[in-house]
Design a protein around this ligand. Structure first.
Ligand code: RB5
Length: 149
């Protein structure tokens, strides 16, 4: 499975930790940066990861900033991205089963590495249920098309 991974400065430490974890588990990880704790702007990384997922260059995206919130807001501006900010494994499961989420965003300042790893395990291994949920995800996609500029 191919993953696109990115963070800003506030998510850098957690990004590095989850990168090692994901690579150890056999995922193919492409890290778009950032590469240090020097201040950068999270939308730049959200856009890169979102575009990689939307273009099917990655199966899923993983983004880390201080709260995970800005990354989710920014990544969701890329058509085809369904990004969710996750703090626990139950929501990770639901975001995959019902929403077919394709990008997970994590809170580097609030989430311990072990919790982040558990969230990622759940997110990356839970299948989309389809059925009535597919119809609803299709409606999300229709909103994107209706508002194309
Ligand atoms: C950076 O200070 C912080 O605002 C950013 O990492 C993120 O939490 C934004 O949503």
């Amino acid at each position: 499975m191919r993953l696109s991974l990115g963070s800003d400065h506030a998510g850098f430490a957690l990004k590095e930790q989850v990168k090692a974890y994901l690579q150890h588990k056999g995922y193919e990880v492409t890290d778009v940066g950032t590469t240090s704790e020097d201040s950068v702007d999270y939308p730049d990384y959200a856009e890169q990861v979102g575009k990689a997922v939307a273009a099917d260059e990655a199966d899923f995206g993983v983004l880390v900033c201080g709260s995970g919130l800005g990354m989710a807001i920014a990544a969701n501006k890329v058509p085809g991205v369904r990004a969710v900010q996750l703090m626990d494994t139950e929501m990770a499961k639901m975001s995959r089963m019902h929403n077919d989420a394709n990008v997970v965003t994590l809170a580097g300042r609030y989430t311990e590495p072990e919790k982040a790893e558990a969230i990622l395990d759940m997110f990356l291994t839970t299948p989309f249920e389809g059925g009535r949920h597919q119809l609803r995800v299709d409606k999300i996609t229709a909103i994107e098309h209706e508002n194309e500029q």
